[in-house]
Design a binder for this molecule. Structure first.
Ligand code: DX5
Ligand code: ZN
Length: 225
């Protein structure tokens, strides 16, 4: 096994794959390369697309030991938070724009031993979450409007990542990770990681063609180069 850079964590967005065969496909994922698995939960309400819920994720977990990273793109996440927490994922991230009582839900997630995250749409200014960072283990910066995989990366996201990174460093939030999600590929991953991303979500660039482990390793190598 070649030495793989642990600098950036890669989280494949499985909706960009074939969900009808993902239970079998996931068995081929090399956990030395694929660090976590990104679950895009969409409700057809917060975003104009519908994917899957906790039942699907629970079944998928029977086929892999790779930790799960749940990205909730749903209205009123508090109504189903318990079901997602019961899955014992590594991360649960809810949208800043979809929840009213952020600290209540983030604390609840943390109390259940799960890393808690807040996600921001491209139109939400980064300083909206500055007063909430101490309640978070992870901040997810969306680099596309949520709803679909395969959209082009919004390049203004780079300065947003940079401003968050600067804020974390200045305020000694050394354990809070930055996740970036949307349109990340071989051409822009280096910029995304240089700006401050710790975790990169990738859909289209991993699933469009070729083999997922090779594609993910290639992204990691470019990020570390
Ligand atoms: C968008 C989702 C993303 C998306 C990533 O709403 O949250 O996770 O599936 O896929 P790509 O990398 O193709 O933009
Ligand atoms: Zn996502």
């Amino acid at each position: 096994m070649p030495t793989i850079s642990n600098k950036v964590i890669i989280s494949p967005s499985i909706i960009a794959g074939d969900l009808s065969t993902i239970g079998t496909d996931v068995k081929t994922y090399n956990s030395d390369i694929i660090d976590i698995l990104h679950m895009d939960v969409m409700d057809g309400n917060f975003v104009p697309n519908l994917t899957f819920g906790p039942g699907f994720i629970k079944n998928l977990q029977k086929h892999t030991k790779i930790p799960i990273d749940i990205h909730l793109m749903i209205e009123k996440p508090e109504n189903s938070l318990k079901q997602y927490m019961e899955l014992n994922p590594k991360y649960i991230t809810l949208h800043y724009e979809s929840a009213k009582f952020h600290t209540r839900y983030l604390n609840l997630i943390k109390e259940n031993g799960i890393n808690a995250g807040l996600a921001l749409n491209p139109s939400t200014p980064i300083d909206a979450v500055f007063d909430l960072i101490e309640f978070c283990d992870i901040i997810l910066i969306m680099s596309v409007d949520p709803g679909f995989y395969g959209q082009p990366f919004i390049k203004q996201s780079l300065s947003k990542i940079g401003r968050l990174k600067e804020h974390l460093l200045l305020n000694n939030f050394n354990n809070v990770k930055i996740q970036v999600d949307g349109g990340i590929n071989e051409k822009n991953i280096k910029d995304v990681v240089s700006a401050g991303a710790d975790i990169v979500v990738a859909g289209n660039s991993l699933y469009k063609e070729g083999e997922i482990n090779e594609n993910a390793l290639k992204l990691k190598k470019i990020a570390a180069s």
